[in-house]
Each structure stands twice: as C-alpha cells, then as structure tokens.
Ligand binder design. Structure first.
Ligand code: SF4
Length: 680
C-alpha cells in the first residue's frame, strides 16, 4: 500500500502506561501501519508493541457476537437475549442475597469513561461498593504508601523530566522491557545528558549495563536496602536538614527506627556489598536533582506498602521531592491503570479518591447520581475471589481482565470462578477467564472507540476511533449504558465526552479537563479548573497532605521462605515482546515468533547442579501447584533465584505464586515464592 492511500488517526497506544502518542494509518477499515508522533510523552519513540502490535484488532478470533452458556456450551446469542439474562440475574441475586452478593472487576485496559460507568453501575444501580480492578495486583501498595506519606499515590514527576535528573535510581523495575520508552529516556539521560545511574534489581537487566552502581539484590529486600542507604546518609550528615525541618514531620521517630541498621546489616540481607550500598547512598544524597523510578519489584509484596514508604522516606530525607527532575515515580503498568484508579474503580473510594465512608462525600454522589448509596467499603479483588470460593459472591461481572492468567495461585482463581452462580465476562477475545462465563459480551478494542486514557505521569489523553468495531462488538461504555437503562436507571450518554463532562463535575483533579483542552497534548492532573494549565510535577512548595510524613519502616522477609523442599526463590515479571496475559500480543505473529512460550531462567551453576541443559523441559513446583516449562540457562539471575515471565497461560507462572496479602492494601505477594525444580 502507499502512504497516500491511507488516512491518519492520532490516538494513544493501548499497551503500557507510558501512553505513547501514535498515528494509525488506516485503509478500508484496516490498520496498515503505525507511526510515532513527535510529542509528549514519547517524542518520536515507540517500542515494538506500539509500532508492530496492532494486528490483533483484525484477528479472526475476535468476539463478534454475545455468547450465552446453553447446556454447558457457549452459544451465539443476540444482544437482547444477553442483556435480558444479565439484568434478570442481577435482580434475582439482589433480591435473594442482597447487593453485596454481587461484585465487579473493572479494567485498566478500558477508558476513563468506561471505568467511571462501571463503578457507577455497581454503586448507583446495583448498590454495592464491591468494585475493584487489577491495580490491586500492581500498585495498591503505591496508592496506600504514597497517599499516607505524601498525600497522593501518583507518579510525582513527568516523563520529560527523566533527562533533567543528575542522578537516577531505578529499583524493582526492568524499565527497558516493561516501560520501554521510559527505559530509552533513562539511557539517553545517562549517555547524552550526564545523568548517573543506580540500579537495584534481582536480575542483571539491560539497564544494569548503563549503571554506575548495580546492586543485584535478593528479591524482596528493598526495605533493607533503603534503610541501609538512609543509615549511611544520616551517619555522614548527607541529609537535607532544612528541607526536613521545613517540609516534613515525624523525622525523630523515623531516625530512631533506623538505629543499628548499618549498611553491613543491609548488605547481608540484600546479598550485596556494604561498600556498594554506601556508594549508592552518597551518590543519591549528594545530587542536586535525583529521581527514583520503581515498579512491581517494589510493590508486589506482603509488605508492599512498607517497601513504598521506605522509598518515600529516602526521597524526603534528601529533599528530592517537589522539584523538576526529581521525585518518586511509580511506573504504572497497564495503559489506563492510573485512570481506572482515578475513576474510583476501587472499593473504598469514589472518583477522585473521595472516600465511600465519609457521609458528606456519599451525600455529594447521592445528589449527583440521584440515588441512595452504600456507605461501607466494598471487597478488594483478592477478597472478592475468596468470597466467591466461599459461596458469598454469587454474581461476578468482569470487564477486560483475565484473572485466570494474571492473578496469583491460579488453582484458587479457578475454584473461585467456578463457584459463582453467574459470571459475565466482557472482552475482545474469548480469554481463559471467559471460558468460565455464563455470558460473554463482545467488546470493541481501543482503536474502535473514543474516550480517554490517563498515563503513568497523570496525563489525560484522547483515545480515538480509527476503525469500526468487528461484527456486533460494542464499546464498553455503550454496553454499560444499555445495561443501566435495562436495569431501570436511565442514562442518555451519546458520546464519551458527555461522560467526561459528568466526571469533571464530581472529580476535583479532573475539574478543568474537557475534550477540547486535551485535543493536542493532553493535560496532567491535578487540573482543577478550566483555566488551570495542568501539573507537571507534584508537591511543589507543599505536599498534597501538607507536610511530608516520615514513616518508620522495619524490614520483614517474604511470607514464604525457601527450605529443603522448596530451595529456590521464584520471582516473576514481564518481557518486552508480550503484554500482560497476551490477549492482544498473543495474536500478533511477529511478537510470538520472538517470544512464543513460557520459560524459567536459571543460573548456569544451578542448572549444572540439577543436571538441566538449556532448552530442556522441566517441572517447577510450589506449595500451590506445578507446571512444566522450558529452562533458559542464563547469568541474569543469582544462583538461588529463578525468574519466569507471567504472561503465558500454558506453563503459567501464576499457578505457582503466593496469594499472601499485604495487610493494609491487600496486594498479593506475586513477586516471591519458594519453588523446587524437577527433571522430567
Ligand atoms: Fe506502547 Fe508502552 Fe511501547 Fe509506548 S512504551 S509504544 S505506550 S507499549
């Protein structure tokens, strides 16, 4: 085809939270090519998924009609039949068991407008706060940790500021593979802007090659590392005492808790050299502008909230928050995980993080939505699955999520999904989760609808329709709107911009956002009024909560340690060529040629000890289950650590993982469990 035969549609990449801007070149209702746009946040860059990962849209496996389970088999049906059945089951379940016997999982893959409607469906129409989504599995600890210490759980600074830092500290993030464009910018910062890089990771990741200091820490020891670094900073007087005195509180308590946590002690726990901890501490503390980037290596632990608070303590100690090129920057995984949280797809807050158990807030939403609302917090995602297995959740509605691959302890997830009386799954493909459904609704993909996504740096950006939905698939916002009407709650949204107008009326951070203002380069919240320019970095002059709060944090090991029976630590993660549970990338030929199957990465010494060769099929066993997968012998991991990507349904890493929860935010410990390896 020739470029001139195609038309261009500007939109936002539907893969990761970087939110790259791109142009889809379209001909005869098909995407022919994808081009990067030279504007924030990607400035001309795209990774392999954004550039070559769109053929899933036209894949023959796409769901084209609603499906209803009849005599045990999912059978094609009309929208009318599907809506009728879902509405009658919702009414029946409510009447028989009450509203709290129903629960919904919203989606970090769907637009802000769709997430807003999904939580509104559950709160205003069904009458329960049992609504959550996969942020529970990735950054619940960030939201809990940073909201407590800073007042906001969001990334403090902007992607364009990566190159403005003097020192960059990356911990618990394989940025080059998980947020590739940010990974490239970190590399640019080091190679062309003179930034000095510290990397702390259990694997010798690509970015380690650019690091001045690489700390190959044992998985789950982030708190020990931070505490060791802070001990050095205090001992050598490198803290920013003026900043501490003027802008923070609880410093004395925090300092007391660090007593005795020497770099030697930290080094022993982390499995690195004490001298390297000292060097890292000095480098970070002495910088004029130092930024921290982290992801799920920090958050997905049974002490995830403490891990996040330890990072916040370090940044507060050195005065590295509230200025350009610095900050604490949690990298959001999915395209709209930030937006799904902002929209209140969480069991404890309405849109804009307004609590569901504060009477004045409830009253505000009752007035806006014209109904009485529940006042108690709902169940979190892991609690919903537990309640389903126990027979207390009878009706479950899952929009655009695939817990049968993404959630820990898949045998438990399977029991939970099999236990509900009625399961609705709304998705673009018949996922592993949809196989359990009583009704499957075919949804439009991100390039077949309009709306907005909010990327990891809080930038609200447009999603634009480039092609018509396949078959009878409909955008999620239309499906929810039609269902609301069917349930007797009348709504008349004609276009997502009308939903956004409603969002801005009830969500202070989004108050100044509308489709006209975000037409060009989006806007970063907080953007409280129509004349507000948006906020590039947070906490300038004043923290969102007033003063930055130091929290004493004690190191705790993982919920499951290795022993004679299970002698290796399994850690899981993502790879560049696949995305999440592969519903999309699994249908892109080129990506699957490069990364076709599950594997476990093992150190050569361990492989030798076990008599395993590269490429051999082995069995990996944990206390929760066993899988077979291919051995990949590589020096990236340490001898007692095994790494597996979690993307694959066959040889699924999450059969093995542990669902031990963080007590405050209920994030499961997806990052660490104990396993053994058996030859087959
Ligand atoms: Fe898409 Fe993320 Fe890649 Fe950008 S970095 S092209 S948003 S997957």
């Amino acid at each position: 085809f020739s470029f001139y035969e195609t038309t261009g549609v500007k939109t936002t990449c539907p893969y990761c939270g970087v939110g790259c801007q791109l142009e889809l070149r379209v001909k005869n209702n098909r995407i022919m090519e994808v081009l990067p746009l030279n504007e924030p946040p990607n400035e001309g860059l795209l990774c392999v998924k954004g550039r070559f990962g769109f053929s899933f849209v036209h894949h023959p496996d796409r769901l084209k009609k609603p499906l209803i389970r009849k005599e045990g088999k999912l059978t094609e049906a009309t929208w009318e039949e599907a809506y009728e059945l879902i509405a009658s089951k919702i009414k029946e379940t409510k009447e028989q068991y009450g509203s709290d016997a129903l629960a919904g999982l919203s989606s970090a893959r769907c637009t802000n407008e769709e997430n807003y409607l999904m939580q509104k469906l559950f709160r205003a129409v069904i009458g329960t706060n049992n609504i959550d989504h996969c942020a529970r599995l990735c950054h619940a600890s960030t939201v809990a940790g940073l909201a407590a210490t800073l007042g906001s759980g969001a990334m403090t600074n902007s992607i364009e500021e990566v190159t403005a830092a003097d020192v960059i500290f990356v911990t618990g993030s394989n940025t080059t593979e998980t947020h590739p464009v940010i990974g490239s910018k970190i590399r640019q910062a080091v190679r062309y802007h003179g930034a000095r890089l510290i990397v702390a990771e259990p694997r010798k990741i690509d970015l380690a090659r650019d690091a001045e200091i690489f700390l190959q820490i044992k998985p789950g020891t982030n708190v020990a590392l931070m505490n060791g670094m802070m001990h050095v900073i205090l001992e050598e007087g490198l803290q920013d005492q003026t900043y501490i005195d003027e802008r923070t509180e609880n410093f004395a308590e925090f300092k007391k808790a660090l007593t005795g946590f020497t770099p030697e002690k930290a080094a022993e726990i982390c499995g690195v050299e004490a001298e390297d901890i000292r060097k890292a501490a000095r480098l970070y503390a002495r910088a004029a502008k130092a930024s921290i980037y982290y992801a799920m290596g920090v958050t997905q632990h049974s002490a995830g909230t403490e891990h996040v608070m330890a990072i916040s303590n370090l940044a507060l100690l050195c005065g590295h928050i509230g200025k350009e090129g610095a900050g604490v920057n949690p990298l959001r995984g999915q395209n709209n995980v930030q937006g799904a949280c902002d929209m209140g797809a969480l069991p404890n807050v309405f849109p804009g993080y307004q609590r569901v158990d504060v009477p004045e807030i409830v009253e505000k939403f009752e007035k806006a939505w014209g109904v009485k609302l529940p006042h108690e917090q709902g169940l979190t995602l892991p609690e919903i699955l537990d309640a389903a297995e126990a027979g207390n959740i009878k009706f479950l509605y899952i929009m655009g999520e695939n817990p049968m691959v993404s959630d820990p302890d898949l045998n438990h997830v399977k029991k939970a999904l099999s236990s509900v009386d009625f399961l609705v799954v709304q998705d673009i493909f018949l996922t592993e989760t949809a196989e359990f459904a009583h009704v499957v609704l075919p949804a439009a993909s991100a390039v077949e609808k309009d709306g907005t996504f909010t990327n990891t740096e809080r930038r609200v950006q447009r999603v634009r329709k480039a092609v018509e939905p396949v078959g009878e698939a409909k955008p999620d916002w239309i499906i929810i709107t039609e269902l609301m009407n069917r349930l007797g709650y009348e709504v008349k949204y004609r276009h997502p911009y009308e939903i956004m107008e409603e969002i801005t009326r009830v969500t202070p951070q989004y108050g100044g956002i509308n489709y006209y203002r975000i037409e060009q380069q989006g806007l970063q919240w907080p953007c409280p009024s129509k004349d507000h320019p948006g906020t590039k970095f947070l906490h300038q002059g004043r923290f969102t909560r007033g003063k930055g709060l130091f929290m004493p944090v004690v190191y705790q090991g993982p919920a499951e340690e290795t022993d004679v029976e299970y002698p290796y630590l399994l850690t899981t993660g993502r790879i560049l060529y696949q995305y999440h549970t592969r519903t999309m990338t699994g249908r892109v030929t080129g990506l699957n040629e490069i990364a076709p199957e599950s594997y476990m990465e093992v150190h050569p010494t361990t492989a030798d000890k076990l008599g395993i060769s590269d490429g051999e099929i082995v069995k990996v066993v944990s206390r929760r289950g066993a899988i077979t997968t291919k051995a990949k012998v590589a020096e990236k991991v340490k001898e007692d650590v095994i790494f597996m990507p979690f993307h694959y349904a066959q040889g699924a890493a999450n059969v093995l993982t542990n669902r031990a929860l963080d007590k405050s935010c209920k994030i499961p410990e997806l990052k660490i469990c104990a396993v053994r390896i058996e030859k087959i």
